[in-house]
Design a binder for this molecule. Structure first.
Ligand SMILES: [Zn+2]
Length: 459
């Protein structure tokens, strides 16, 4: 009898988890990371004044550094196993071994760091609005990423240019461009239930939350960090802790430091940019908070109702959450792109991002304890501001799907029409507030990678 009861309880928790996991709606955190990382990195003399570096393909870099990378990746795996509570160890089949075979070296490396092998690690730059191409040839976004057109529509006005192996390029250009790469497919399809040929061998198990059947859905646990939710939510949905941004942040920092130590500065800056992406994601309240502005009791209740055969409240809540998240992203993208096109140095968020700050020595706990803690703490307030600033239809109508809205690209005008300039200004204030910790801890991450003795980077 007792056994049957405990089985029933376990079954309840499993069904609850299955029902709950799709409530987490991933998107891209902030859209187009270079838009806000450029001002932060431009204001750092250690980055801005560094001498040009020589572009080098990943294959050449790996071929030159194969032996050293073997040891480095073993140490990195040990660090991850010892420091990350939910880390799923890398299977022995994925270990990077020095074989001297240049034919499959990129594939062997990609498998060892467990990123999507279809992600095209090309020599290229992603430019900012108004950037000079400097005679470089433009390339299509489809040459950079395998993601589907419907997931890339937000990049339609972004220019990509090709770099040639051996070409000089500034560190600022390399690192800024690289901050967007993790949203271009690196973490897509890595789980065993993602129907990819590699997901079954990578050892991450089944996807903890998010939609395993959608590209952006499958990258969710790598770009979100729910470290500061309530104990009761974890009791029901412990899988929310199974996230990987800290793994990526540490891995790419380790690779960047290694590259600089070896005089491979181009790859030092590029790996640094990859790591900075995840710090940026954790500064976004929707990436550190499951349901901003909704009490835990309500979240649990609507999930129980859905399990009992009444999914209406849950579906509505998920649609509204998704709409608010996308409204915030689209607004952030548009307001930044407009500021670049109008070259407005007075744009308040530029001022925040460029402001000097006291930079503490970097610690591995910063992503969780500084960035995610702050963004989680401001999630409810942000939710209020979005609710009060955007047109009612966008953020409170569950029948409306903002992602499919034809005029999604005119969100500033829509907000202005509906709530006036004050609606726009309050959202700008809130985004600036959310990005403040990134100016401190992002710089701290960069300086730690560049610290004397760790790098041969010359200024
Ligand atoms: Zn991301």
């Amino acid at each position: 009898m007792k056994k049957r009861k405990s089985l029933q309880i376990s079954l309840f928790f499993i069904l609850f988890a299955l029902s709950f996991l799709l409530m987490v709606q991933p998107a891209k955190a902030w859209n187009i990371h270079p838009l806000f990382m450029h001002p932060v990195l431009f204001s750092m003399p250690e980055v801005k004044n560094s001498k040009p570096v020589t572009a080098k393909s990943l294959k050449t870099f790996l071929t030159e550094e194969e032996q050293g990378l073997v040891k480095l990746l073993i140490q990195e795996e040990e660090w991850a196993q010892n420091n990350l509570e939910w880390y799923m160890p890398r299977p022995d089949t994925q270990v990077f071994k020095a074989t001297g075979d240049g034919g499959d070296i990129v594939q062997r490396f990609v498998q060892a760091i467990r990123i999507n092998p279809d992600f095209r690690i090309q020599l290229y730059l992603q430019l900012l609005p108004g950037d000079d191409r400097k005679g470089r040839s433009p390339i299509s976004k489809n040459e950079i990423t395998f993601l589907k057109e419907e997931d890339l529509e937000y990049l339609n006005s972004t220019t990509f240019v090709a770099l040639k192996e051996g070409e000089d390029v500034t560190p600022l250009e390399v690192v800024v461009s690289a901050t967007d790469e993790p949203d271009l497919g690196i973490d897509v399809g890595l789980y065993s239930d993602n129907s990819t040929r590699f997901g079954k061998t990578y050892g991450f198990g089944t996807q903890a939350f998010g939609n395993p059947n959608l590209d952006y859905g499958s990258q969710a646990p790598f770009h979100m960090g729910f470290y500061h939710e309530s104990k009761i939510l974890y009791a029901f949905a412990g899988f929310l802790k199974e996230t990987y941004p800290e793994y990526r942040i540490h891995l790419f920092k380790t690779l960047a430091e290694f590259a600089f130590r070896r005089g491979q500065d181009y790859w030092g800056w590029r790996f640094m940019g990859w790591g900075l992406h995840y710090l940026g994601d954790l500064s976004q309240p929707y990436h550190t908070t499951v349901f901003p502005g909704t009490s835990t009791t309500k979240v649990l209740w609507i999930n129980v109702l859905a399990m009992a055969g009444f999914p209406g409240a849950k579906n509505d809540a998920v649609q509204i959450l998704s709409n608010r998240h996308i409204v915030l992203e689209r607004f952030q993208q548009e307001i930044f792109q407009r500021a670049y096109r109008q070259s407005s140095p007075s744009f308040p968020i530029f001022k925040i991002l460029k402001s000097p700050a006291n930079i503490p020595a970097y610690k591995d706990s910063f992503p969780r304890e500084k960035l995610a803690r702050k963004s989680n703490a401001m999630a409810a307030e942000l939710n209020d501001i979005i609710t009060n600033s955007a047109p009612h239809k966008f953020i409170s109508d569950p029948k409306f799907e903002f992602g499919k809205y034809k005029e999604a690209g005119q969100i500033i005008e829509n907000i202005k029409k509906s709530k006036g300039q004050e609606g726009v200004d309050s959202l700008v204030r809130m985004i600036g507030e959310a990005m403040k910790p990134l100016t401190v801890y992002g710089r701290s991450y960069v300086l730690d990678i560049l610290k004397p003795g760790e790098t041969t980077a010359k200024q």
